[in-house]
Design a protein around this ligand. Structure first.
Ligand SMILES: Cc1cc2nc3c(=O)[nH]c(=O)nc-3n(C[C@H](O)[C@H](O)[C@H](O)COP(=O)(O)O)c2cc1C
Length: 400
């Protein structure tokens, strides 16, 4: 959702300015194009150079610093902005925004932009509770601006209280949600997408397990792609990858845990994507204590795990069900067979014997098999690009 978006971060003079630097980094990492405007007070806490390097662009601090004769810089920045984030927002900027005061680069640009505004107040608890601040917040809410609730915790003043700036992850998440709310052209807006990812772990004892080479990358890219198309995404993950923002992640280990989490979200799901490599078998006995070495060979008996995709195929009503097939030979033939056996709506098949496809790679090459359709071959590309194509084909079929 943030990919390619023009985000302007308006930094005002609170002690939490240093955290705004991390937020800029997160926006950039999420693919946004970021500009930063700072008040004079903000520059006393952190040098503009820090934000310049993180945003890869000169920081705006002076309304009258008109470098380009072809445009007026605060109007140019206001028009360029697709999302305005005021962070940390001082009691002073809240008052200015509530009363239409435009007396520096930050307040003037905020007056001139029509972009949605996300405001992140951060201040001493008494400043926050001051009736003037509360009235200003109420006014800003009545303008339709989104205001984040400050966190409670250890304040810079050395005592516990309300007024802390929420962590950058939470703000990035709120920015994402605001962009979804204010976008009208997202094909998966209001839809639930359920994704599984990673290789399940089947315990032998507390320190040993059976697993496979799946990294979870394909499932994570699918979850992110669905999120960027406006969906509410639940990712049931047996992977150790960093949680993507804007996605509800449920961590699991075993196939049975994965099944329980998936089934808990199955009814509401519109699209289900089973990208996890679920272990077919698990040890019959799972020792409570570490197994001791003996002088003889040992045997580990395995029993079958539930077939999650097939169960979903039987239960589905509205869900568009996508399965994955990792094969090393006769890929198309096995995938078509899997499509029928599991009653899936699509099988994404990949040849895991290929050097640049399948487990643990950043690229993939897949064949998409659907009932009554010719197979679609997608040549080697990043998993991110392939995830987008898979979802686009699903959306076209679903006619959402
Ligand atoms: C050390 C220090 C910390 C401050 N922290 C905050 C703060 O967290 N929140 C706030 O609203 N004001 C804070 N202030 C006060 C603002 O910096 C002051 O109101 C300033 O005029 C705000 O200007 P600006 O809104 O143009 O950035 C702090 C001031 C100092 C000296």
């Amino acid at each position: 959702m943030l990919t390619g978006k023009h985000v302007t971060v308006f930094v005002t003079g609170g002690i939490a300015v240093y955290k705004a630097a991390d937020l800029v980094r997160k926006f950039i990492k999420a693919g946004a194009i970021v500009r930063v405007a700072m008040t004079e007070s903000a520059t006393k806490f952190v040098q503009p150079l820090t934000f310049q390097i993180l945003s890869r662009h000169e920081v705006y601090t002076d309304t009258f610093d008109e470098k380009d004769p072809n445009n007026v810089s605060h109007i140019h920045l206001a028009d360029w902005t697709e999302l305005a984030v005021v962070v940390p927002a001082t009691s002073n900027i809240l008052a200015k925004m509530a009363h239409g005061i435009a007396d520096n680069m930050v307040s003037t640009t905020l007056m001139a932009t029509t972009a949605p505004r996300l405001i992140v107040p951060a201040m001493n608890q008494n400043m926050l509770e001051n009736l003037a601040t509360q009235a200003n917040l109420e006014t800003l809410r009545s303008f339709g601006y989104t205001i984040m609730e400050p966190d409670t915790g250890f304040l810079a003043e050395g005592y516990e209280g309300k007024g802390r700036m929420p962590e950058p992850d939470k703000i990035a998440e709120a920015a994402h949600q605001l962009l979804i709310k204010t976008s009208s052209d997202l094909p998966l807006k209001g839809k639930n997408v359920l994704v599984s990812a990673g290789g399940t772990i089947e315990r032998i004892d507390p320190v040993r397990y059976i697993t496979n080479d799946s990294s979870g990358k394909m499932g994570y890219r699918l979850a992110e792609a669905a999120r960027d198309l406006g969906a509410m995404v639940t990712l049931v993950s047996a992977s150790k990858l960093e949680h993507p923002f804007g996605v509800t992640v449920k961590e699991v280990q075993s196939a049975r845990e994965m099944q329980a989490e998936l089934m808990a979200s199955f009814d509401e799901a519109n699209i289900v994507i089973m990208a996890a490599a679920v272990s077919d078998y698990r040890p019959v006995n799972q020792a409570d204590r570490k197994m001791k070495k003996t002088d003889t060979d040992i045997q580990i008996n395995l029993e079958e795990n539930p077939d999650i995709l097939a169960t979903m195929g039987q239960l589905k009503n509205k869900q568009f069900l996508i399965g994955f097939a990792a094969e090393t030979n006769d890929v198309e033939k096995y995938a078509l067979d899997k499509l029928k056996r599991k009653q899936a709506d699509m099988i994404v098949a990949n040849d895991v014997s290929k050097a640049d496809a399948g487990f643990n790679k950043d690229t993939n090459e897949v064949i998409i098999i659907q009932p009554n359709h010719k197979p679609i071959h997608i040549d080697t590309d990043t998993k991110e690009a392939i995830a987008k194509e898979i979802l686009q084909i699903a959306i076209n079929n679903l006619k959402l």
